[in-house]
Design a protein around this ligand. Structure first.
Ligand code: SF4
Ligand code: SF4
Length: 204
């Protein structure tokens, strides 16, 4: 399910993400105060650069913090897993039309990247993850997850998605005791979305 707003924080300075990590670390897994979230929004001029109103900016930053906290909490468990999968969102493909040569395999169900464009984020992520021994899925939505998880019984998964999708998948993954790590989209909009490749590589 998409956010009701669009955002692009892909050009936000790198120390923004370091600051989020520090906030998570200092909070010791406790809920971060609204004032802290508002301070981050002000400091990094999130409203000015994204055009979001304060309420939506709070939702966005709070979700990024929650994702980081969950990643930290799950990291050790995740590192002990052997059978892993990477879930990529179809919205990060270079093309959303017939120029994308990925084939949707209903038996999986997932797109299978045909590696048609060297500068496609999904292509790069797919290659890197497979080299590391991951199975890779490119999903049109979170509704594909339950069937894949039930059939394949992965111990650990890495998911690239916007905060809304990550929240929706959390309950399912918890109920199946699957260790997970999330990499947030830095630009949403359900097409031409962006994630940070270095963050993904570190997470894998
Ligand atoms: S931005 Fe991508 S991951 Fe988020 S809801 Fe839209 S299609 Fe799904
Ligand atoms: S590289 Fe893969 S995901 Fe990207 S546009 Fe081509 S087939 Fe689609």
């Amino acid at each position: 399910m998409p956010y009701k707003f669009t955002f692009d924080i892909s050009k936000t300075p790198h120390h923004f993400f370091t600051e989020l990590a520090m906030v998570v670390y200092k909070s010791g897994m406790h809920k971060v105060f609204l004032k802290t979230v508002q301070d981050i929004i002000r400091k990094f001029r999130i409203q000015e650069t994204t055009g979001l109103n304060l309420q939506d900016a709070v939702v966005l930053i709070q979700d990024l913090i929650d994702m980081q906290a969950l990643n930290l909490m799950q990291r050790q468990k995740f590192l002990q897993t052997k059978k892993r999968a990477l879930f990529l969102p179809h919205c990060s493909r270079k093309y959303m039309d017939s120029r994308c040569k990925a084939v949707f395999e209903t038996s999986l169900p997932s797109y299978v990247c045909a590696h048609c464009s060297p500068d496609c984020g999904v292509n790069k992520a797919d290659r890197i993850a497979r080299e590391k021994g991951y199975d890779v899925y490119v999903l049109p939505g979170g509704s594909c997850l339950p069937n894949i998880l039930k059939a394949k019984k992965y111990e650990g998964v890495v998911g690239v998605a916007c905060g809304e999708e990550v929240k929706l998948s959390c309950e399912l993954l918890s109920s199946m005791s699957v260790a997970r790590q999330s990499v947030p989209l830095l630009k949403n909009g359900c097409a031409n979305t962006v994630f940070n490749m270095e963050t993904l590589i570190k997470t894998l």
